[in-house]
Ligand binder design. Structure first.
Ligand code: NAX
Length: 333
């Protein structure tokens, strides 16, 4: 039997985690033969909820789950962990300014980053989901200098999956026949969902996505805004933000990070922009197309941009630079 993987989930009493924990213990993230032990971090008032979720996990009888604990102590939660899924965050309240949300969360991710730096395994893989995800990830990584920057990422896979699903639906093909779609930039309304390098398989014939669609107005208009505002559409309909699809995207992100991507495809991940890839300034957590092998991601090289695409990238870069300066000013780093 494989040795047990120690996985910490923060915000474990929230709605994403409610879907996510089952998926992890059912082997959807690390495989059907990978036992896990879970440390579930919450704020004290939500600990009883987490204990209730653990009771339900026990009742599911999932053999991969070796043990689970609920804790409000990050030092207990992050101790020697292999994986941290940072789902917990301070929620945006009605009337709250974006800057205030940033600052509230900067405090949380600063503390958690520093503790991960001290007591997590040095090869830990960290995924930040809680919003503003890119900047929260940047803060945690900055406070964890002993851990490679490449081991920190934020979730843009939900946006990626949405973009693939929209394209597949438009062409009436399965999602597995849509490849090389990219989400660039921030997990926010300024993200740039990009079809320009996409490849699709329509009735057994492989084609560039833009040729198969032959509708540039859709690709440069409705497609982009639908993906950018999908989260809001779900909140409007469900009165709650996306949770099942977010949990699925978290599983996809981590599974691909562990097991790699296919040669004929790539995925979108929010990762550090070190080395100035595609002219994106160093030191941002930015969503890029990446390929993964042996647990290590690499930027997809050599893509070219239209002026339209370059303009879209500039907008999301600007927003992330602003977020970074607000957060870093607050932290004094
Ligand atoms: P919930 O509010 O249901 O759950 C979040 C949980 O985090 C709460 O139970 C809260 O008590 C806990 N928490 C707050 N501060 C904490 C701390 N310091 N330590 C540990 N736990 C803490 O939100 P949910 O719907 O589960 O969403 C979680 C986060 O994911 C939100 O920030 C949300 O905006 C973000 N999302 C990010 C997505 C992405 O693609 N990057 C998509 C889905 C989601 O909207």
């Amino acid at each position: 039997e494989k040795s047990t993987l120690k996985v910490c989930i923060t915000g474990a009493g929230g709605q994403i985690s409610y879907s996510l924990l089952y998926m992890i213990c059912d082997g959807k993230m690390f495989g059907k033969d990978q036992p896990v032990t879970l440390t579930l971090l919450e704020i004290p008032v939500v600990l009883d909820v987490v204990k209730g979720v653990i009771l339900e996990l026990e009742d599911c009888g999932l053999h991969l789950l070796k043990s689970a604990i609920a804790t409000a102590d990050p030092r207990e939660a992050f101790d020697k962990v292999d994986v941290v899924l940072m789902v917990g965050a301070f929620p945006r309240k009605e009337g709250m300014e974006r800057a205030e949300l940033l600052q509230r969360n900067a405090g949380i991710f600063k503390d958690h980053g520093a503790i991960i730096n001290d007591i997590a395994k040095k090869e830990v893989k960290v995924l930040v989901v809680g919003n503003p995800a890119n900047t929260n990830c940047l803060i945690a990584s900055t406070l964890a200098p002993s851990i490679a920057k490449k081991n920190f990422s934020c979730l843009t896979r939900l946006d990626h999956n949405r973009a693939v699903a929209q394209t597949a639906a438009k062409l009436g093909i399965p999602t597995c026949d849509v490849k090389k779609i990219t989400i660039w930039g921030n997990h926010s309304n300024t993200q740039f969902p990009d079809l320009a390098h996409g490849e699709v398989n329509v009735g057994g014939v492989k084609k560039p996505a833009l040729i198969a669609l032959s509708d540039d107005a859709w690709a440069n208009g409705e497609f982009i805004t639908t993906v950018q505002t999908r989260g809001a559409a779900i909140i409007k309909a469900r009165k709650l933000s996306s949770a099942m699809s977010a949990a699925q995207a978290i599983c996809d992100h981590m599974r691909d990070w562990y097991f790699g991507t296919m040669d004929d495809n790539w995925v979108s991940m929010g990762v550090c922009s070190d080395g100035n890839p595609y002219g994106i300034p160093d030191g941002l957590i930015f969503s890029f197309p990446v390929r993964i092998k042996n647990g290590t991601w690499e930027f997809v090289p050599g893509l070219t941009f239209s002026d339209f695409a370059r303009g879209k990238l500039d907008v999301t870069v600007k927003e992330l630079m602003e977020e970074k300066s607000v957060a870093f000013e607050f932290l004094g780093v």
